[in-house]
Design a protein around this ligand. Structure first.
Ligand SMILES: NC(=O)c1ccc[n+]([C@@H]2O[C@H](COP(=O)([O-])OP(=O)(O)OC[C@H]3O[C@@H](n4cnc5c(N)ncnc54)[C@H](OP(=O)(O)O)[C@@H]3O)[C@@H](O)[C@H]2O)c1
Length: 232
């Protein structure tokens, strides 16, 4: 067992952005995909860009076995069907991190919103994942308000002055995810409480995408004011 981060569906824009930032900080990453060749290609591109070999390409199935902190970074609609066959590889030693945002398909000029509760079968994606995964496996929600393009544009935006909201009822798991989050320069971890906070945080993301569209940017993010300085 390692303390490596694995990204299931890590070949997408968010997975690429996180892999880039973490490997830039010297953190080894496993990039998972349904197709080994796709993971090889995309991991290879980022490794070449950073002149490193820290991103290891694997299938999703290998990724979940090798990594200790496993981010599920598929589109929300495929999260449960992707993770269910992989449940036998999970244990209390691993941490499953939900980064998904259950957005309604959005059309030009229409408000960006999250899926309704009926579609979701829970009140948020993280709660749905929590209901699906055996209770002994820690589930954390995090990284939901970070924009993939902001993460990927490391030359233009070397420092991210943003908050990352991390939530779970499992404090030890939350701490481990926080330790990884702070490797990304200037990201401030915010202890966002338990899994129920996903109901708010997933809505923040819909709101940020709406702001991005209005201001013709991809860079909006959140920094909460007034939080006292403390260990977290
Ligand atoms: N993009 C952002 O800025 C952002 C920000 C915050 C949160 N999020 C959330 O993070 C997650 C990933 O975002 P993304 O933009 O990177 O998503 P994406 O490009 O749509 O999908 C990510 C990866 O998921 C895999 N995938 C696609 N369809 C699948 C299917 N039917 N079954 C299983 N795997 C499938 C693909 O990997 P393979 O083909 O290699 O298997 C794909 O590269 C989403 O849930 C999104 O809501 C995104």
């Amino acid at each position: 067992m390692t303390d490596k981060i694995g990204l299931i569906g890590g070949t997408g824009p968010l997975g690429q952005g996180l892999a880039l930032r973490w490997s830039f900080a010297g953190e080894p990453i496993i990039m998972g995909s349904r197709q080994q060749e796709k993971a090889d290609r995309i991991a290879g591109e980022i490794n070449t860009r950073l002149n490193t070999d820290l991103i290891q390409p694997m299938t999703n199935e290998e990724c979940i076995q090798e990594a200790e902190i496993v981010l599920i970074s598929t589109p929300f609609n495929f999260m449960i069907q992707t993770i269910e066959p992989l449940i036998p590889y999970l244990s209390e030693e691993k941490i499953l991190v939900d980064v998904t945002v259950p957005l309604k398909p959005f059309a030009k000029g229409k408000m960006v919103d999250i899926l309704s509760h009926d579609d979701l079968r829970a009140l948020s994606a993280t709660e749905l994942l929590r209901k699906t995964i055996p209770q002994q496996v820690p589930v954390v929600g995090a990284f939901k308000t970070l924009s993939n393009s902001t993460l990927r544009e490391i030359d233009r935006l070397p420092v991210l002055e943003q908050d990352v909201f991390i939530f779970s009822k499992d404090k030890a798991a939350k701490n481990k995810v926080k330790e990884k989050a702070v490797k990304i320069k200037n990201l401030r971890p915010v202890d966002a409480g338990g899994t129920l906070s996903a109901r708010h945080v997933e809505r923040f993301t819909a709101f940020l995408i709406g702001l991005n569209r209005r201001y013709k940017t991809h860079d909006s993010g959140i920094k909460v004011s007034g939080l006292p300085k403390r260990e977290w």
